[in-house]
Design a protein around this ligand. Structure first.
Ligand code: FBP
Length: 546
């Protein structure tokens, strides 16, 4: 296989470990824990894994460990650094006993259920060190939540003599890891289950999990490209760029990119929801920035839009819910000529929703009525929010022009950044963080733990000072309504409007809107001075008061 010069040089990079993990390790147990809410219900649902203590690894005495077979699964969307979690895990179990073995389940949790696996040998693992992607074993979105899946999984674990399973995933996959840990503990199957916090979205974090891996690299990649666009835009001075950024629900990615690049406008979904803003208010807010810049002769700018915005606009949420019901229960709709569908929908919707639907550009209205998932719901992620907003801003500006309130020109270009960053070569931060998460998982396994998530903290300090340990997954749980039923789940971390990152953004955004204060972060640097190569995200630095 042909390799790039960077790939070759990067293969030799040795990720840094916290000092405590560099030699023999012992366990320091903390206080017993409680779930973040709904303690009585969660305790009842997880009698074997509830209330366990926090764990920290400290330097210890050399010990003999038996060889162990471990399984690993990559679950959900790709995030830079997954291969380093696997190499950290591999090196960790081999350091405990050189006869330990690692098996990877193919294409996500489905591989466990369908018994598709491969042994990850040193030769294979070495090929993937410090590389992006999940292609070593692939990933998938099968949800591990049914007893028959747990039992099917156990069959292959037993066959391969696997005593511990590491699930690398987001909030839902780690919730499922916890349910699986509880199930295997209750059945006395002798299989430990450990989770690792992954997702570029950055929404799996709490007091003990500083960040999910991949967020750092993905945001740096998007910020590089946004910076490049801003420089282009400041050079030609004729376009407004509407840039949608991945992140299914939370706006962490958009906010981090805004902190890194200082665009003219960045919409934060959580704020839109908290202020109960209508679509028209969001559009007006952007149009005002365009008009203010035009008044100074600047007919260019950048607007960052989080992927999940539409679902956070209360009025749009109501419209989508009514559309889902209307179109699911109505056979007549399919018989109507395409050209008449829009009018038909308007005639059937409630007055309030009909008005919103009628105000939507043709293309978006069609997306809302046609593209549905297998459950009959609108696929919100397919809505081209960047086009929706720019079209509506254009309309508003045309109206303002007639009224003499807008004097400039408005030409928009559109972008969606997501896949460009999910498999990038991990930054030094993610390369080190992921390797440490994997290594920590091996230590949790060696110490007989189950139902824990691997945790590495204090990551804005040099790696030697990082704190490695484990957090009982039940500690992060609360009860939430999912598909009509109350379920124990890990709380999703949305952007906090009283948190330091949002406050830092809010304090500067009015200036960024009118002035041209762009920052051009440039590409991720893997070799060079530490202040260029090893910076954490601004989100993390601000959250930790740095
Ligand atoms: P995870 O939460 O599984 O890490 O996925 C994150 C993500 O990249 C979201 O930002 C995005 O909405 C989604 O995956 C897209 O996934 P897919 O490519 O499977 O449609």
């Amino acid at each position: 296989m042909t390799k790039s010069a960077l790939q070759i040089a990067r293969a030799a990079y040795q990720p840094k470990l916290p000092l405590a993990l560099r030699g023999a390790v012992s366990v320091k147990e903390g206080e017993a824990t409680q779930s973040v809410a709904d303690q009585a219900e969660i305790k009842k649902l997880f009698p074997n894994t509830y209330g366990m203590p926090l764990i920290q690894f400290v330097e210890g005495e050399q010990k003999e460990y038996p060889a162990i077979n471990v399984g690993v699964i990559l679950s959900g969307g790709q995030a830079p650094g997954g291969h380093n979690v696997i190499s950290g895990l591999f090196d960790g179990i081999k350091a405990l006993n050189k006869d330990s073995r690692l098996y990877g389940f193919i294409l996500g949790p489905g591989g466990l259920v369908d018994h598709k696996y491969m042994e990850l040998t040193a030769e294979i693992v070495d090929e993937y060190r410090n590389t992006g992607g999940f292609d070593i074993i692939g990933s998938g979105r099968t949800k591990l939540e049914k007893e028959e899946q747990f039992e099917k999984g156990y069959e292959i674990l037993k066959e391969l003599d696997i005593k511990a399973l590491v699930i690398i995933g987001g909030d839902d996959s780690n919730t499922n890891a916890c349910v699986l840990a509880e199930y295997y503990a209750a059945k006395n199957y002798g299989v430990q289950v450990i989770g690792c916090p992954k997702t570029i979205d950055g929404d799996l974090k709490n007091e003990m999990i500083e960040t999910s891996f991949g967020f750092d690299t993905a945001c740096k990649v998007y910020s590089e490209v946004i910076g490049n666009i801003q420089r282009d835009c400041n050079s030609s001075r004729k376009y407004w760029h509407f840039i949608k950024l991945m992140g299914r629900s939370a706006s962490h990615i958009a906010l981090e990119c805004a902190l890194q690049t200082q665009p003219n406008v960045c919409i934060v979904s959580e704020e839109v929801e908290a202020k109960n803003m209508s679509l028209d208010e969001v559009v007006t807010y952007i149009a005002q920035a365009v008009a203010a810049r035009a008044a100074q002769g600047n007919n260019f700018g950048t607007v960052l839009i989080p992927e999940g915005l539409v679902e956070f606009i209360p009025a749009m949420k109501k419209l989508i819910a009514e559309l889902n019901d209307l179109l699911a229960s109505n056979k007549e709709f399919a018989m109507i000529k395409k050209s008449a569908q829009r009018e038909w929908i308007i005639s059937k919707l409630s007055e309030e929703n009909a008005a919103i639907y009628a105000s939507l550009p043709e293309g978006v209205a069609r997306q809302l009525s046609l593209d549905r998932d297998p459950h009959g719901n609108v696929q919100v992620s397919l809505i081209e929010t960047e086009k929706l907003l720019s079209e509506m801003v254009g309309k508003k500006l045309a109206q303002w022009k007639e009224e003499g309130k807008f004097v400039g020109k408005f030409a928009a270009l559109h972008h969606f950044f997501g896949y460009e960053g999910r498999c990038a070569a991990p930054s030094n931060y993610d390369a080190d963080y992921c390797y440490a998460l994997g290594y920590t998982a091996s230590m949790l396994i060696a110490n007989g733990k189950t139902g824990y998530m691997s945790s590495v903290r204090n990551t804005t300090a040099p790696a030697a000072e990082w704190i490695a340990g484990g957090v009982p997954i039940t500690m992060m749980m609360n009860m939430e309504r999912r598909n009509g039923e109350m379920k124990p789940v890990i709380q999703k971390a949305l952007v906090k409007l009283d948190g330091a990152p949002f406050k830092a953004f809010a304090a500067q955004r009015d200036k960024w809107a009118v002035e041209t204060s762009y920052v051009y972060p440039g590409p991720i640097q893997y070799f060079g001075p530490t202040e260029v190569c090893d910076q954490p995200t601004k989100t993390l630095a601000l959250e930790q008061g740095k």
